[in-house]
Write a protein that binds this ligand. Structure first.
Ligand code: ADP
Ligand code: MG
Length: 430
């Protein structure tokens, strides 16, 4: 089952790996397909020997697949993956170098001036809570502090993807919990530069408490057994019923490799509104009507002197609202679109009300909540938080801005800028 949301940063396609052992090669990974998407925290979970580390090494270009391919963006990966930084279970620090020197080593290959290297290293050290330890040697540090050095050394190169192979397994329980929380804080608070994290772990709780997606590798030979999207909000309560259910499901899969894959309802993509104003949309519909109800989109762009990038969102909005269809590069009005082109302003509003409530998910959500609990405030902040399950913070704000513009025009609801609250339009009094 393939689950996709964001842009694919890194992808394994049909990755198969054999290791030579004694006389017979052993199959460790069997046709693994895995796409790492922007904005996701992926956990690779599996029993010891299921090929997790092997897959991570192949994705990072440290080892080559026997068959299949790794793709970085739209290119096949050749050699070491420049977008990846790795954190290992054993901290692999140089005992004769200080914390600062160990971190700076991460930048050695980058050919940066020493001042820049130093500044960036100090920033990474501060970020991960190691300030004050710059000049300490590894032997003076606890395990948790040593792993922080390992993480700082990875962060300092500002990787697109942070990969971690059982980074908390060598730590005591409390230290591990603390470091997990801090790392998650940095990631969720967007204080770190990477666009995705891939964490290898055999710890189910760890995967369920941190990841957006859990890819369960089965053994004999390594295949993707289940691919589960985790939508529990942060901070996660592992004792909650939903979390426990997920932990149980994964436990069952790990202990009974023949168990059927975990069934999660397919994640529907939340509809993404093109950011266009209603009057521009009206303008487009009227123009197409003037051309007899159908016109070449490219022609319209030329006539309006609009870049295609500006025109397409309008076309997309017209389709979304079923005011028009697109066929062979032409835009053609639907009967509703024709009515819109001919109506007066009140008829237009009526028509928009109808189309918005039928076709626009975010408007439906807002209306349902306002109608179910008319006495409660509906806050911009709450909607914005929820939308962040589907969009970045900025995009969530833009989505709301568009929904507010459309909903206001259609007089479906009102929005008060000062209190940042939505409410139902008062019934017209007459
Ligand atoms: P995991 O990280 O899930 O524990 P690994 O990827 O380390 O699994 O190993 C998967 C299998 O491949 C194991 O059976 C292991 O013994 C074998 N293996 C790993 N690395 C090598 C290697 N360099 N040469 C031969 N066999 C290896
Ligand atoms: Mg391993």
């Amino acid at each position: 089952m393939a689950i996709t949301t964001g842009r694919v940063l890194l992808e394994a396609r049909g990755v198969t790996k054999y290791y030579e052992r004694a006389k017979h090669p052993i199959l460790v990974l069997d046709h693994i397909d895995l796409a790492v998407e922007e904005g996701t925290f992926v956990a690779l979970l599996g029993p010891s020997g299921s090929g997790k580390s092997t897959l991570l090494r192949i994705l990072s270009g440290l080892s080559a697949p026997t068959e299949g391919q790794v793709r970085l963006g739209d290119q096949p990966l050749e050699g070491v993956n420049p977008q990846v930084a790795m954190v290992f279970q054993t901290f692999a620090l140089f005992p004769w170098l200080t914390v600062l020197q160990n971190v700076e080593l991460g930048l050695e290959a980058a050919g940066l001036p020493s001042k820049v290297r130093r500044d960036r290293s100090i920033a990474a050290i501060d970020l991960i809570g190691l300030d004050g330890f710059e000049n300490a040697y590894p032997k003076e540090l606890s395990g948790g502090m040593r792993q922080r050095v390992g993480i700082a050394r990875a962060l300092v190169v500002e990787p697109q993807i942070l990969m971690m192979d059982e980074p908390f397994s060598a730590l005591d329980v409390l230290t591990a919990a603390n470091l997990r929380d801090e790392l998650l804080d940095l990631w969720l608070g967007k204080k770190v530069p990477m666009k995705a994290i891939v964490l290898v772990t055999h710890n189910i709780d760890e995967a369920v408490s941190m990841a957006d997606r859990i890819v369960v590798l089965g053994r004999d030979p390594g295949r993707v057994h289940s691919d589960v999207r985790v939508t529990l909000p942060h901070p996660r309560d592992l004792k909650s019923e939903a979390a426990q259910q997920l932990v149980d499901d994964i436990y069952r899969v790990l202990t009974q490799p023949q168990a059927p894959a975990i069934q999660v309802p397919p994640v529907e993509r939340y509809q993404s509104l093109p950011h266009v104003r209603i009057d521009s949309l009206n303008g487009l519909v009227e123009l197409v009507q003037d051309r007899g109800g159908r016109e070449d989109i490219f022609e319209i762009g030329r006539e309006l002197q609009m870049e295609i990038d500006d025109l397409l969102p309008l076309v997309e909005a017209a389709q979304m609202l079923e005011l028009a269809r697109v066929e062979e590069g032409d835009i053609e009005l639907t009967p509703v679109g024709e009515r819109l082109a001919e109506g007066d302003i009140q008829q237009d509003k009526e028509l928009f009300r109808e189309q918005l409530t039928q076709h626009i998910q975010l408007i439906q959500d807002i209306m349902r909540r306002l109608e179910q609990k008319p006495e409660d405030r509906l806050d911009w902040e709450d909607l914005h938080d929820e939308l962040q399950q589907h969009f970045s913070a900025d995009e969530a704000a833009d989505q709301l801005e568009t929904a507010i513009d459309w909903g206001r025009y259609a007089e479906l609801f009102a929005y008060d800028e000062d209190s940042r609250a939505f409410y139902l339009e008062p019934e017209p009094t007459d």
